[in-house]
Write a protein that binds this ligand. Structure first.
Ligand code: UT7
Length: 325
């Protein structure tokens, strides 16, 4: 049976050049390199400079993804940007990227599901492509988390970083099996009863300001381990696959211990898990496309590989996607 699939035609990413190491943070807050590495695996993070923002980083990542795909900005007919840190309350980051790249009038909007944002955006873009609404879309995750951190709160400020990742997703014909290239299945969840575990203490509709990140880290950690374990099992069951069928786990990069717990559940050797949290920190919606591009550019992920994406974030929101590269 011939069906429409959304195939990843190119990847790109951008990290701001300014690096802040754990040692740098030791000078500002009551923390230590040892604590951060042991509890999270993070050694450094990239932080946006004064002239950089979610729009500028998203634009650079998108530009590289378009170049890698071999297409031109005028070939794109839809843009979704997953972000929690837009430059403006409105207009969206997506329309600003559209204008900066010279993408012709078409669909462009932001999607907010915090750290799960990229998986949500991938799912929405896949639906739009399969329905025929769009045929070649940019799906971007971009965040300037440094601007919504309380730099006096050691429980959060050591965890996050800035950056952007992007893919070009295009319609291609498939056979309707897991052997097809493209997005095979997506699995999205949220549970608003858990909203107080991870949130900002402000917003445009309340304080008129973005607010800063507040997190009950231990509770988020416990939920992340158990919900990620459940969802990777769901993806395998839904597609009648075994652990060994997955070539690469490309997880949200929040904490190396959460990632390793999910890999253990899948019996995946850590060499088959893309881990960028050490160098990037938690870049929220940008982390999966950043990790994907890093692994593609390093020659690890190759055409035809079966990829499993998974993420959890504020909301709580969580999700996973299976795609053949
Ligand atoms: O991306 C969105 C989803 N987010 C996540 O998945 C994050 C999930 N949570 C985590 O990754 C972990 O819970 C953290 C890395 C945030 C914290 O690690 P933990 O092992 O859960 O530590 P904890 O919160 O239980 O804190 C242990 C101790 C506390 O001291 P006491 O109460 O035991 O005396 C904290 O005050 O570590 C202390 N602590 C720190 N010490 C040095 C907390 N932050 C720091 C710090 N430096 N930066």
């Amino acid at each position: 049976m011939s069906i429409k699939r959304s195939v990843i035609a190119g990847t790109g990413s951008f990290l701001p050049p300014q690096i802040v190491t754990n040692k740098d943070l030791e000078k500002k807050v009551d923390t230590s390199d040892e604590w951060i590495v042991q509890r999270t695996g993070i050694t450094q993070r990239h932080i946006a400079g004064e002239d950089e923002s979610t729009v500028t980083m998203a634009t650079q990542a998108a530009n590289k993804a378009i170049e890698a795909s071999g297409y031109k900005p005028e070939d794109i007919d839809g843009i979704i940007v997953a972000t929690t840190t837009p430059d403006n309350t409105f207009p969206s980051v997506a329309v600003q990227v559209q204008a900066a790249l010279g993408v012709p009038p078409g669909v462009a909007f932001d999607l907010q599901a915090v750290c799960t944002g990229f998986v949500y955006a991938l799912s929405v873009a896949d639906s739009m492509i399969r329905s025929g609404a769009c045929s070649r879309m940019l799906v971007i995750g971009a965040e300037t988390m440094s601007r919504i951190l309380d730099w006096d709160d050691r429980t959060t400020c050591v965890l996050f970083g800035d950056g952007a990742g992007a893919i070009v997703l295009e319609a291609q014909e498939g056979e309707g099996t897991v052997k097809d290239r493209g997005v095979i299945s997506t699995h999205l969840y949220s549970d608003g009863r858990l909203k107080d575990l991870l949130y900002t203490d402000g917003g445009p509709g309340t304080t008129g300001k973005a607010g800063a990140i507040r997190m009950k880290g231990r509770d988020v950690f416990k939920n992340a381990v158990s919900l990620m374990n459940d969802i990777v099992g769901e993806v395998l069951d839904a597609n009648d696959l075994n652990d060994s069928d997955i070539d690469w786990l490309v997880p949200h990069q929040a904490n190396i211990r959460i990632i390793q717990a999910t890999a253990d559940k899948l019996s995946m050797p850590y060499e088959k898990v893309v881990m960028t949290v050490g160098k990037h920190g938690n870049t929220s919606a940008a982390s999966i496309p950043l990790a994907l591009d890093t692994a593609v550019k390093a020659g690890m992920i190759k055409k035809g590989d079966l990829l499993l994406f998974e993420a959890l974030g504020g909301g709580l929101t969580w999700g996973a996607a299976l795609a053949r590269f």
